[in-house]
Ligand binder design. Structure first.
Ligand code: AMP
Length: 217
């Protein structure tokens, strides 16, 4: 099954995708994670993507399509694939369909995760992480006991550059302008489509997500 998780940044798609990939035994493909790994590894792609990512803009379609094509080549063609944060433009969606067609596959299901802007802004702009041990906090929903310090190891908490408030606003605008049109793109293409309200607990959202997948078979 090829599944696309659509929705604004910070809606919790990644968390849901990791859980479903664990349950189904499939591959979770997050282009955001792949780009951050490229940056950490100091690759040319990572260097080219950096300025777009830090500004909350989309990395050019061609770079993303090359990245996804290369990544898919390493995944068993029969495996379940869960795309998270990809596609983000209609050019990427068309490119994905072409790549899938070449191996006799297609997009089997699209799930849209929705939450009010206010929730998204708090989830993103409140996010802090510990560079020492990887623990993640949220200043609104799950703050550390001492502000700016990790409960687990005492490390100094940091904010992702693209979670700064002005960049969060830009990421939401980019979502509305460039990614939200994919909803009608996939509806018109006739792909089975589900909407899930994501401003609830991770477990409640996952229960709906799981049952949507069972309906899908
Ligand atoms: P994410 O972790 O999915 O929110 O992605 C972080 C940043 O990586 C985005 O704000 C974009 O700059 C870039 N990015 C991730 N996926 C894509 C994509 N499919 N197309 C263009 N840019 C992307």
């Amino acid at each position: 099954m090829v599944l696309i998780l659509l929705g604004p940044p910070g809606v919790g798609k990644g968390t849901q995708a990791v859980r479903l990939a664990d349950d189904l035994g499939g591959a979770h493909v997050s282009t955001g994670d792949l780009l951050r790994a490229a940056r950490r590894d100091g690759t040319e792609l990572g260097a080219r993507a950096q300025k777009y990512m830090d500004a909350g803009e989309l990395v050019p379609d061609q770079l993303i399509l090359d990245l996804v094509r290369e990544h898919l080549a390493g995944i068993d063609p029969g495996a379940h694939v869960l795309f998270d944060g990809f596609p983000r433009t209609t050019t990427q969606a068309t490119g994905l369909s072409e790549v899938l067609e070449r191996s006799g596959r297609r997009v089997d299901r699209v799930v849209l995760f929705e939450a009010p802007d206010e929730t998204i802004v708090k989830r993103l702009s409140g996010r802090r992480s510990c560079p020492e041990c990887g623990a993640v906090y949220n200043t609104f929903f799950s703050p550390s006991r001492v502000e700016g310090k990790c409960d687990r190891c005492g490390g100094s908490l940091v904010q992702r550059p693209d979670d700064a408030p002005a960049t969060v606003q830009r990421r939401l605008e980019v979502y509305r302008d460039q990614t939200a049109p994919l909803v009608s793109f996939y509806e018109q293409a006739g792909a089975p489509f589900e909407r899930i309200r994501a401003d609830r607990s991770v477990d409640d959202v996952y229960a709906d997500f799981r049952s949507a997948m069972e309906v899908a078979g």
